[in-house]
Design a protein around this ligand. Structure first.
Ligand SMILES: *Cc1c(COP(=O)(O)O)cnc(C)c1O
Length: 397
C-alpha cells in the first residue's frame, strides 16, 4: 500500500510565497530584521536549557552568530524548496563551497571535481586543499572517465549542472549510481544555475546542494550570500564545520535574500523565456558559431535538461566564428548598451562578460575555437535586448 505523505509537497510558486512563516499565529507577513549579537536570558536555568537545545540540534535564540528569526525564515524556505533536511547560510557562494569541501575532506582524502566547475573551485583545490594533502582529480561532465577515477577512498564528488561558462549538462542520477556502487563518498552539487527552483539535486540522489544565493535567490544584485542544503546524512558534518569556522550572515542580508526569494518563480520564468528568444535569434547570426543554452532543442544537453530540470534561466553563452578576433569580440561587448559589462548574474539586469573557456578546463578539448561571451538576460523587454545585440553585432561585421 502506498504511504500517504503527512503534507504533500507544495508546488514551488506556493511554497515560495508561504514557507518560512510560522503557521496558525498572528504574525507579520515578513519576519523582523533581528539585528543582534547578544541575547539576554531571564535566568541561568533558561540559559542552560537553551544551550542544551542548541547542542541537540535545535535552533533556539542563543547568540547572533548562531542565527536569528530572520536567518531561520530564509533557511526554512530554502530547505523546503530543495527538499533537504536543513540549510546553512554563508557570506558568499564561494564561502559555502569552501566550507562544504572542508566539511567533507581530511588530509589524505581523494576528491573528484567536475571539469566544468566554477573556476574559483579549481583555485580552492589547487591552492588550498592540495597543499594540505587533499588529492584532487577532475572528471568529464559526460562521466566517461568517472568510474575509472573513483577510488575506494574518494570522500567527495563535486558536480555542477549545468557547468559554468558553456553549461554542459551532467547526468546526476547516473553519477550518483556510480558513486554509490564504489563506496561512501558524499555527492555535492553546485546548484546556482537552478537555484533550487529549476533543479533539485537532493531529489536526484545528491547529499548536498550548494548555491550562490548572490545570483537568482537574491535576484537584485545587492547582496552576497551562499547556502548549502544538506540531507540528513551530510547535515551533521556540514553544520559542525560551519559552526567551527564561525560562518554567519547579517540579518539585513538574510532579509533581502528572503524578499528576493519570494519572487524567484516569476523572475525565473520571464528571464528563461527571454533568454530563449535571444538565443534563437543569435543562432541565426552568421558571426556566431554556437549558442550554448540547454533549453535550445539542438543543444547537446537538451534531453537531460528536459528530463531533470523544470525550466530555464537567463544564462547563455555565444561562441563567435574563429575568424572573429578577440579585439572584435571586445568591440562587440563595448558596443552593447543594455547589457552591462560585469561579473555575476541572476539579477534583474542583463549582463555580458568575455570568458576564457579553455583556461577554465583541466581536461582540454577547447583548443582552436572562437572567442566566447557569456550573456545574462534580465527582465528587460526581449525585443529591446535583441535590438541591442543586433546593433552591437554590426560593430564586428
Ligand atoms: C557566482 C558563482 C559562485 C560563487 O558565488 P559568490 O556568491 O560570488 O561567491 C559559485 N558557483 C557558481 C556556479 C557561480 O556562478
Amino acid at each position: 500500500m502506498a504511504s500517504v505523505p503527512l503534507r504533500p509537497r507544495r508546488r514551488p510558486a506556493t511554497l515560495l510565497t508561504h514557507a518560512g512563516r510560522p503557521a496558525g499565529r498572528t504574525v507579520t507577513v515578513n519576519p523582523p530584521v533581528a539585528r543582534t549579537s547578544t541575547v539576554l536570558f531571564d535566568s541561568v536555568a533558561t540559559l542552560l536549557q537553551t544551550l542544551a537545545g542548541h547542542a541537540a540540534g535545535e535552533r533556539p535564540l542563543l547568540y547572533g552568530r548562531k542565527g536569528t528569526a530572520t536567518t531561520q525564515a530564509l533557511e526554512d524556505v530554502l530547505t523546503e524548496l530543495e527538499g533537504g533536511y536543513r540549510t546553512r547560510l554563508f557570506g558568499s557562494g564561494l564561502a559555502a563551497i569552501a566550507a562544504t569541501f572542508l566539511a567533507c575532506t581530511r588530509p589524505g582524502d581523494h576528491v573528484l571535481v567536475i571539469d566544468s566547475c566554477y573556476e574559483p573551485v579549481r583555485k580552492l583545490c589547487a591552492q588550498y586543499l592540495g597543499p594540505r594533502g587533499v588529492q584532487v582529480a577532475y572528471f568529464q561532465p559526460d562521466l566517461s572517465d568517472l568510474d575509472a577515477k573513483l577510488h575506494a577512498d574518494t570522500r567527495l564528488v563535486w558536480a555542477e549542472c549545468p557547468g559554468s561558462l558553456i553549461f554542459e549538462m551532467c547526468d546526476l542520477p547516473a553519477l550518483v549510481r556510480q558513486v554509490r556502487a564504489r563506496g561512501d563518498a558524499l555527492v555535492a552539487v553546485d546548484n546556482t544555475w537552478g537555484s533550487g527552483l529549476l533543479y533539485r539535486p537532493l531529489a536526484l540522489g545528491a547529499d548536498l546542494s550548494v548555491v550562490a544565493g548572490t545570483k537568482y535567490v537574491v535576484g537584485h544584485s545587492d547582496v552576497m550570500l551562499g547556502l548549502a542544503v544538506a540531507n540528513e546524512r551530510a547535515w551533521p558534518v556540514l553544520a559542525a564545520t560551519a559552526e567551527l569556522l564561525g560562518h554567519s550572515v547579517s540579518p539585513d542580508d538574510a532579509y533581502l535574500a528572503l524578499r528576493g526569494l519570494r519572487t524567484l518563480a516569476v523572475r525565473m520564468r520571464r528571464q528563461g523565456e527571454s533568454a530563449l528568444t535571444v538565443a534563437r535569434w543569435l543562432q541565426q547570426q552568421p558571426a556566431i558559431a554556437a549558442v550554448f543554452c540547454p533549453a535550445l532543442p539542438d543543444d547537446p544537453g537538451h534531453a537531460l535538461w528536459q528530463r531533470d530540470f523544470s525550466g530555464a534561466n537567463g544564462l547563455l553563452s555565444i561562441e563567435f566564428q574563429p575568424r572573429v578576433g578577440r579585439a572584435q569580440m571586445h568591440a562587440f561587448v563595448d558596443a552593447l548598451q543594455l547589457f552591462g559589462l560585469g561579473h555575476s548574474w541572476g539579477g534583474y539586469e542583463s549582463l555580458a562578460l568575455p570568458v576564457d573557456v579553455g583556461a577554465a578546463r583541466s581536461l582540454g578539448g577547447w583548443a582552436g575555437r572562437g572567442p566566447v561571451v557569456r550573456l545574462h538576460v534580465g527582465l528587460e523587454d526581449a525585443q529591446d535586448l535583441v535590438a541591442d545585440l543586433e546593433q552591437a553585432l554590426s560593430a564586428v561585421a
